[in-house]
Design a binder for this molecule. Sequence first.
Ligand code: ADP
Length: 451
Amino acid sequence: MFDKILIANRGEIALRVLRAAKELGIATVAVYSTADKEAMHVKLADESVCIGPPPARDSYLNVPALLAACEITGADAVHPGYGFLSENARFADILTEHGITFIGPKPEHIRVMGDKIEAKRTATRLGIPCVPGSPGAVSEASEALKIAEGIGYPVIVKAAAGGGGRGMKVAKNADELVNAISNAKIEAKAAFGDDAVYLEKYLAKPRHIEIQILGDGRGRAIHLGERDCSLQRRHQKVWEESPSPALNAAQREEIGGVCARAMAELGYIGVGTIEFLYEDGAFYFIEMNTRIQVEHPVTEMITGIDLVNEQIKIAAGSPLTIAQEDVRFNGAAIECRVNAEHARTFVPSPGRITYFHPPGGLGVRVDSAAYQGYNIPPNYDSLVGKLIVHARNRTEALMRLRRALDEFVVDGIETTLPLYRALVRNTDIQNGQYDIHWLEGYLNSDAANDI
Ligand code: ADP
């Protein structure tokens, strides 16, 4: 096992990793930018090292500074959390070259899944069903038009190097497609430094359903069920739950089994998420995330498995000790991402939290690095914390969420709590009847005046 883990992240995920490390008896090192001097992860870690000024490229993305911090503290492993360097294969390579373990998959798997075209090719080879689309990148409009004729409009143009919902354009006909290709290329080049784009059939009313997997790189892999992340705004997840209101146990076992077998064949190490769109009973792979995800607690609550603990043990060379038949899905869990944003306009609202009272009680979990008096810096993402509830079934989980939301007080800044208080009372949400477009429609409707 590792002696000391350096956590190359901040905020709630830095705390999440720190907690897992402490429970394994491993010493922890926090890193921080000068904007995060007062941050909770710095206060709770055994040691901390300042790695630079506020801009992420000079601190949390600063590889030489992170290497120096490992050297100064003698850390033998690095946990990257999510975002920042978590899906940077070069960073994983560099750590390995310095004799430090990257707590994550093999760099080659990060590379394959980081390129969405390569990821789809690999998924197809491994027997994972994909969205119909171009076999690779499309560069010429004429080629794109021919492919779109074949798959049928509407189509979506996506960046091979895409992420965070950026660089996607929908085209309903040939004229729109010509524009979409050139705009998507420009946007992809500017955002990711790579202008490769590809085409996919645009699904009209799918749900976003993803499968959590865990592999040991020794030919064993299991799945931990699904998360339904269909409630999205601008392709960003807002609310996640498990089990999905749309799936039954047989469907879960089938798609989960396909994913687990694929990851076993790949020799995948650690935690990963295989994302699908789900429409009319069929699954379509869109991408794989090779890291711990924001919404992982939902799975932890219903399986009782500590994903970060498993991730650390596997990275240290332990075999997978959980068999597929040992995984039990108990009850229902829902997560709300509480952001420092206006609940209707989503305008960021950084600043000082003057009063902070998180909810508690049975089945309520709050993953947050915020505290009373904490000043949310404007430099990073706006996540204040995640509220996760767990109950015996979805109906009880919704009632628990409603009362937990009503207890939650965050003063001094705007938060998205009022949005969740409205959503939990909405009939469509209560009935589980929503697809990936539902939330945008709701926000543009009079119903959202309740927020
Ligand atoms: P990113 O990596 O930028 O998050 P994804 O490929 O994961 O991009 O897609 C993000 C979201 O965009 C999906 O959850 C879904 O809402 C929407 N989306 C992606 N591909 C399609 C598609 N083929 N049809 C309809 N919506 C899509």
